[in-house]
Structures are given as C-alpha cells and as structure tokens.
Design a protein around this ligand. Structure first.
Ligand code: BMA
Length: 335
C-alpha cells in the first residue's frame, strides 16, 4: 500500500517548522510519464514562458547510464505535462567532445538583455564533469557555446544581468581546497576570469561539510540574491543531499550577507529516500507565482523522479534574519 505523500514523510519528519512544502501529488514526473523508454528523470531546470506555461528542462537518463535533456511543458506547473516526443537536447560528442558521457543538471536563466534563455549544464567529459552553456529562445533550437569551465566543475548558473558590466556565473570547481562555490565574470559569456570564492563548505561534522554547490539559479529579491545550495554529507551508508540558504549582496554577489547554520530541507519522503541514489533532494529550478512571493521549486528526488515544493520568499528571508549570520562563518573553513 502506498501512503499519501504527506503521511510518507511523517516517520522521519523533524519538529522544525517546514519552510518548503511538498506538493501532495509528488512526485509529479517519473519515467512512467515519458513518451519513450528511459531509466529515470530527475534534476530539472525550470522557467515560466511568456504565455505563462511552465517549462521544465529535465535530465533524462537512458539505460546506458548517459543523460540528455528533455522539455516538459504544463499550464499549471503541476500536471498535464506535454513532454517532447524525442530528446530535446542530446549530447553531441562529435562537435563537443566534452559531452561524450552525457549532459546533466541544467539551470535556466532568462536574460532580458539578450531576450534569450541561457542554459548552463554539466557536460560529462573523459576528464570529468565540466560546465557548458547554450542559448535558446524557444527550447527547440539551441546555440551551443561549448565548455566554459573545464573539469572538475559543475552546479553552475548565470545571473540574469551584468554586474559592473560583466556577466557573472556561479559554479563549483573541485580544487585541493575542497568543493566550494565560486563566482566568475565574463564580458561575452565565452571568456571567463576574475574567479572568486563565494561560499565555502564547512568542515568537520557540519551538514554542509566538505562539499557544497549551487542548487537553482539565485533568486533576486530587494534584500539580495537568495541562494539555495546543497550540502553533501558523507556517511558510512552513502551521501546525504540537503538544502541550505544564504543571501548575497545584489551588486556584489561575492559578498555573503547571511547564511543559515542548519539545513532547511532534506530527504524525508519515501520517493526522496529511495531510488537509484538514496537520500537525495536536488533542485535545479524554480518559478515564481504572480504574487512575487511564492516559489515553485522543482527538485530531483533520489535520482529517480521530479518533485515540487512551495516556499514563500518572505518566510525564507524571515528565517534567514532569525537564523543566519553574516560574520566570518561565510568562511567556515576556519571555524
Ligand atoms: C551530484 C550530481 C547530481 C546527482 C547527485 C546525487 O553529484 O551529479 O546530478 O543528483 O550527485 O547522485
């Protein structure tokens, strides 16, 4: 017997006030919904098109283990999904050798100056995962810019406008310093430099020790860029992916204003706890309701399904005011 989603979470539910509310019909998309045979669908970028349609650009894994991206469109962002009958963006290793082992985890940014969507995604090369970028107007044809951050690097998203005349990209290179979030700048989306450490993974027993990464694209609020990031905790039985929250200065996004100490969302429901990879919640996209406050956050669950949670920006900022700090803990490595 399958329990309703809200009951499924009860065994593990914490007594903390939930900030993200799971949709009662979760998971909203699985491999069973796909018009062609696939292994799994998860980690989707999201945006709202001009006509109000919600578009998800989903990571789809085939039964070779390689991923491509496919678009799913819905009027209400919950059900009635129209899924492209064939893969929307497939790896093209002939022209882009860095895509030899697939393309994964897209983030979508609509850029008013370009009147286009910029999609950043992981290209899985022989040398490991790197960051690639493509432009599109309609999610049917794409202009690929190729790899913009060499391996090992992933979890990237573009800010929707220039900062001091330059485009800004958040990403997560793996260095001997650890797996931290960095920000880099470019005059033209092709050549990137001025690399700056943006947010460090903590160390020791913290939930976000050693490895963190950007989750959906940053959310622009009047108080700053609101950033969901994932923390990966290594445990004897595998990794635990959870979500934390931080706020960065609008015109200087390297500057962390507030960072919460505890995670705000983690795997609790059955579909988040068990799948191809257990205990993973991994949002890559959100849409905002017309009220300018309510977020629809689309997340991959256990690398097997796409689920939806809703959260109010106002309550996320209130939580950060009450639980965040802006001291050296941004640089938590030396705590
Ligand atoms: C991360 C990414 C995600 C994936 C997660 C859990 O490193 O590769 O695509 O969902 O691992 O497997």
């Amino acid at each position: 017997m399958t329990l309703p989603a809200e009951q499924q979470v009860s065994l593990l539910s914490t007594r903390f006030e939930p900030l993200l509310h799971r949709h009662p019909t979760n998971p909203i998309l699985t491999s069973r919904d796909w018009p062609y045979p696939i292994n799994s669908v998860f980690n989707a970028g999201a945006t709202r098109l001009e006509d109000g349609t919600t578009l998800l650009l989903c990571r789809v894994e085939d039964r070779r283990g390689l991923s491509h991206l496919s678009a799913a469109r819905s009027r209400n962002g919950v059900d009635g999904w129209q899924i492209d009958s064939e893969p929307t963006l497939t790896p093209d290793p002939k022209n882009y050798p860095e895509e030899i082992w697939g393309i994964e985890d897209p983030r979508i940014t609509f850029v008013p100056e370009l009147q286009q969507y910029v999609v950043t995604y992981t290209s899985y090369s022989r040398g490991g995962p790197g960051v690639s970028l493509a432009l599109t107007k309609d999610f049917r044809s794409f202009e690929r810019y190729g790899v913009i951050m060499s391996p090992d690097d992933k979890d990237s998203s573009l800010l929707p406008r220039r900062i001091d005349g330059c485009w800004a990209l958040i990403h997560r290179p793996m260095t001997t310093l650890g797996s931290h979030m960095w920000i880099s700048y470019s005059p033209d989306l092709r050549y990137w430099g001025r690399h700056r450490l943006m947010l460090e993974a903590r160390r020791g027993a913290w939930w976000d020790a050693n490895k963190i990464g950007l989750s959906p694209p940053p959310i622009e609020t009047s108080r700053g860029w609101l950033v969901f990031y994932h923390g990966v905790r290594h445990t004897p039985s595998g990794c635990l992916y959870r979500l934390g929250l931080a706020l960065f200065e609008l015109d200087n996004p390297e500057k962390c204003l507030l960072r919460g100490d505890s995670w705000i969302f983690g795997p609790e429901a059955e579909y988040e706890r068990h799948g191809d990879v257990d205990d993973v919640v991994f949002p890559c996209g959100y849409t905002m309701d017309a009220d300018g406050d309510m977020l629809n956050i689309y997340y991959g669950a256990a690398d097997c399904a796409i689920a939806l949670a809703r959260a109010s920006v106002r309550s996320l900022l209130e939580w950060l005011d009450a639980n965040g700090s802006c001291d050296r803990r941004q640089r938590a490595g030396d705590l």
